[in-house]
Design a binder for this molecule. Structure first.
Ligand code: SAM
Length: 248
């Protein structure tokens, strides 16, 4: 079976994406490690380590899922006992992912300085200029109206604030493309079947990566959404890219 998202109407896509993440929520962390051989942890660390953020900042991690980025961000916005605590808001449209995220954080003792908000990235429930930094990691790809999400990220940023997008992108090295395709379309669905009993969701994953706008196109979309000084950096030969923009 195929999701064939190319031919699916907008409302339908949103529902299907919802089903995908409700279905994978419990196995999500294990699958990330298996599929990327653990490299997603390195990408996420780099993404947060190079973000423009200071102790005491208020940051929003959109499509935050099970909270990997939020946990890393919290280390940067404030240590326990510091004068300015800072705050990380974890926003996700999916209640199941959000619950797994909150439970995991609580189990690790991450309680103070976190807020959880179930919200659609296309229509954020925050006033203009609410955050010093807005991040979205492996999330924009799943959003139906990406332009609306980028406009919202821009709107809720304070002037001078930074937005960062970590997302699968276009592999730049020719020799690597066949290997990458084999991994995506042969290995990934099998891993999904084997470990999560759900090959469809992982088939969707591979398709959604191929459909996502490549580096320069996404940069253009950020500029159109109002961001200034937009740039990107490829990691691992473009398997993923980090896009950065500012509200000026
Ligand atoms: N950021 C996390 C990470 O890096 O591990 C989770 C990424 S996960 C692949 C994608 C997340 O995007 C899911 O938790 C899903 O519920 C969420 N999502 C999909 N569409 C969304 C939307 N329109 N608004 C907010 N979150 C959305």
């Amino acid at each position: 079976t195929h999701f064939g998202f190319r031919d699916v109407p907008v409302a339908e896509k949103q529902k299907l994406v919802g089903q995908v993440f409700s279905s994978v929520a419990g196995n999500y962390d294990l699958m990330n490690d298996l599929m990327s051989l653990g490299i997603h942890r390195v990408w996420k660390r780099y993404f947060v380590a190079t973000a423009q953020v200071r102790p005491g900042d208020r940051v929003l991690d959109l499509a935050g899922g099970t909270g990997d980025i939020a946990a890393l961000l919290k280390d940067r916005v404030g240590d326990e006992g510091a004068a300015s605590q800072g705050c990380v808001v974890l926003g996700d449209i999916n209640g199941a992912m959000l619950r797994v995220g909150r439970d995991r954080m609580t189990d690790r003792g991450n309680v103070r300085g976190f807020e959880y908000v179930q919200c659609n990235a296309e229509k954020l429930p925050f006033p203009d200029g609410s955050f010093d930094l807005v991040t979205i990691a492996f999330g924009l790809r799943n959003v139906t109206d990406k332009d609306a999400a980028l406009r919202e990220m821009h709107r809720v940023l304070r002037v001078g604030g930074q937005a960062r997008v970590l997302e699968f992108s276009e592999v730049t090295a020719e020799w690597f493309k066949p290997i990458y395709d084999f991994h995506s379309f042969k290995i990934l669905p099998r891993l999904g079947q084997l470990f999560a009993k759900d090959s469809d969701s992982y088939q969707y994953l591979a398709e959604s990566i191929r459909k996502h706008p490549p580096q320069d196109q996404l940069k253009g979309m950020m500029q159109t959404a109002g961001f200034e000084r937009c740039s990107y950096k490829n990691l691992s030969a473009g398997i993923v890219a980090i896009h950065t923009g500012y509200r000026i």
